[in-house]
Design a binder for this molecule. Structure first.
Ligand code: ADP
Ligand code: TRP
Length: 320
């Protein structure tokens, strides 16, 4: 089984990224051949700042390694170190119905939030399909917001296979129900573009401040509280045992404690949960060449696979 996923280096990683995509990807690295990449071509649709793009890309690599990506099991690389993927994206675009892209939620959402409606943003799903198909991927671990993109990928692979013969493998999305959509401070989906994130590697005071700013209603301290009316219990369940979560929910329902107390408990749990990863991150930072070595090794592995698939595709479509 080949497992593939990517993450854009368009900002700092948050716990929605961790539980929705990174942790499932890290768990899967033990179950097959894993390829994980930093989607820097994709990030160009929103980030036009070369120094920031370079720095974010390294930082995503660092954070992913700190969270448990094991380079002995999983290849980690930059999308742009496999430039053949843009060639496959072009070939796929020639069989992509424009209407399919017009129905993509992500394009509409991003334009509504003010991103430039470029041709690149519009054809984002085609490049993502190329990312997946160029490695003959079987399984794609992602959060729920990426499900439609994996469906587009399957549609394009089917279209190519109908047109040119069985050349591309159909991938399956892997979405974990409990962590498919991690809520942010305001209860909406946590997302860097909504400013409602808790960053995985925030400083202690910053993380505490973020947790304490979770939006709650004005139920008085003595009164019972609805455990589902704020994101506190859902976030707590990600970093505590089921028994502890049940106890917290019971304390909500009982009344007598304020939201501030619950938020403090959540902060303590979150901070402890990520402690080993912070330590690992410091160890990696102490080895200046480590990240580049990991990325170079990952790129070599990814290129070898991509070259094989591209040779097949070029022959099938008549480019060779
Ligand atoms: P953002 O919405 O912050 O820009 P990205 O779109 O870069 O995040 O997402 C990167 C990966 O993390 C994707 O696989 C996405 O599904 C997952 N992800 C992002 N936010 C969440 C969330 N709140 N809950 C679950 N998964 C998420
Ligand atoms: N679109 C994904 C996101 O915004 C990133 C991504 C690009 C990706 N190519 C991919 C994810 C291929 C999985 C597979 O998070």
């Amino acid at each position: 089984m080949r497992i593939l996923s990517g993450i854009q280096p368009s900002g700092v990683l948050h716990i929605g990224n961790y539980f929705g995509m990174m942790r499932p990807a890290i768990v899967l690295q033990a179950e097959g051949e894993a390829l994980y990449f930093i989607a820097d071509y994709h990030a160009l649709t929103s980030l036009r700042a070369p120094a920031a793009l370079r720095e974010n890309s390294r930082r995503v690599a660092l954070d992913f390694l700190a969270c448990g990506l094991d380079p002995a099991r999983a290849a980690l690389f930059r999308q742009s170190d496999v430039p053949q993927v843009t060639e496959l994206a072009w070939i796929l675009s020639t069989v992509t119905p424009k209407g399919l892209l017009e129905r993509a939620h992500s394009y509409k959402d991003k334009v509504a939030r003010g991103l430039a409606a470029s041709a690149g943003l519009f054809s984002y799903p085609v490049l993502m399909a190329a990312d997946i198909l160029i490695y003959d991927s079987d399984v794609v671990p992602v959060g729920r917001d990426q499900k439609q993109h994996v469906e587009v990928t399957r549609d394009l692979a089917i279209k190519m296979n109908e047109t040119f013969g069985e050349i591309l493998k159909l991938p399956e999305p892997r979405i974990h129900a409990q962590t498919a959509t991690v809520p942010g401070l305001d209860g909406q989906k946590m997302s860097k573009s909504y400013g409602n994130t808790i960053d995985i590697f925030a400083e202690e005071n910053e993380m505490r401040k973020r947790v304490m700013s979770i939006v709650t209603d004005s139920t008085p301290v003595e009164a019972p509280k609805n455990p589902d009316a704020s994101p506190i219990c859902q976030l707590f369940s990600l970093v505590a045992s089921p028994e502890e979560t049940a106890a917290l929910r019971a304390a909500f329902a009982k009344g007598g404690s304020g939201y501030g107390d619950f938020k403090k408990q959540l902060f303590v749990r979150l901070w402890e949960f990520f402690a080993p990863m912070r330590q690992r991150r410091n160890e990696i930072l102490a080895q200046p060449d480590y990240i580049d070595a990991v990325l170079a090794q990952g790129a070599a592995r990814a290129n070898a696979i991509a070259d094989g698939v591209m040779a097949r595709v070029r022959t099938a479509v008549g480019l060779r």
